[in-house]
Write a protein that binds this ligand. Structure first.
Ligand SMILES: [Zn+2]
Length: 320
């Protein structure tokens, strides 16, 4: 009885050993087959001697993941982007009405870490300067990284703001003052006492000393094109002052002939060359009617990891 039990145990043990050897054998065989299959694919990551099968599986998985990333994410060479807000030449009542929309835009920009280049027309600047609370608010935007600059409609513009250095302008009944007089008002906005960037018409006569950077587009008034949004900085002389220009194009502004889509902007970003800059313009219309589209743009910048700086910060740090 005891001998039979020992025999049974031994048979069981031998059967177990055969089973273990069998399972191991099949596993090793499968590993060898798998290795060979990978080597046959000429995968450069794999050498027969150095990598175990488990490592091979990991490497292969990582390799296919990175290939996927390469196809879905395009290499972006764009240096930076700026969003230039034209606060248009408006009556004081319009400025009051739109102020909350401007606040909402700044709040939205802060959520996406977008630094705005805010260009004030004279009415907007005067409204802020005349209200201590508003001036404090504007300067808090500035200390938070947004830029305070000037927007000017010269004599040639359909809605002239009344300021000009043009001799002809001085004879007009709507003439208000020289550009130095306008700059004196505008420079009360930034804490430094000196704005650095401006967008304007009639810059040949009206560019003011102390301003260093101009945001521009080639097309007049309503007809800038998508090409205007990508540029490399260009140093020129305006009204005797050395100035650096960077390009821009309007987005979410109804009156423009060319209406950009986010796809247009994405394509321009992805095709930009090293050192190029993207410039987008918003204006009153964007504030009033298209805040959701502004957010769509900010989301695109976030997805593509675009550095959105102010025009002046871009040009101060530009190294190309
Ligand atoms: Zn304007």
């Amino acid at each position: 009885m005891q001998t039979k039990s020992i025999q049974a145990v031994m048979i069981g043990f031998i059967a177990f050993l055969i089973l273990v050897i069998g399972v191991l054998g099949v596993r090793v065989y499968k590993q060898q087959q798998f290795k060979q299959a990978l080597i046959d694919q000429n995968n450069p990551l794999i050498t027969d001697e150095t990598l175990e099968t488990d490592e091979l599986i990991e490497e292969t998985t990582e390799s296919s993941e990175s290939e996927e990333n390469e196809t879905s994410l395009t290499q972006i060479d764009l240096y930076a982007a700026f969003v230039n807000v034209h606060l248009e030449h408006d009556s004081i009542s319009t400025v009051k009405t739109l102020w909350e929309d401007l606040e909402n835009l700044v709040t939205l920009a802060d959520e996406y870490d977008v630094k705005l280049t805010l260009h004030f027309s004279v009415g907007w600047a005067e409204y802020a300067i005349a209200n201590e609370e508003i001036l404090t608010q504007v300067r808090s935007w500035e200390s938070n990284g947004h830029e305070l600059g000037m927007h000017h409609h010269g004599l040639s513009h359909g809605t002239w703001d009344g300021y000009s250095n043009n001799e002809i302008a001085k004879k007009r009944p709507t003439y208000v003052g020289t550009m130095d007089e306008l700059a004196e008002i505008m420079n009360q906005l930034p804490t430094s006492g000196q704005m650095l960037s401006s967008s304007m018409t009639d810059e040949e006569t009206d560019w003011v000393e102390g301003f260093l950077y101009q945001t521009v587009n080639e097309g007049s008034g309503t007809s800038p094109t998508a090409d205007d949004m990508i540029s490399t900085p260009e140093t020129i002389t305006l009204n005797g002052q050395e100035t650096t220009n960077i390009g821009k194009m309007g987005y979410a502004i109804d009156h423009l002939e060319v209406q950009l889509t986010l796809k247009d902007i994405q394509s321009k970003i992805e095709n930009a060359e090293t050192g190029q800059i993207l410039g987008i313009v918003f204006n009153d219309d964007t504030l009033k009617n298209h805040l959701d589209e502004a957010e769509g743009l900010f989301q695109l910048f976030q997805e593509l990891e675009i550095n959105v700086m102010t025009a002046s910060n871009i040009l101060e740090t530009y190294t190309y």
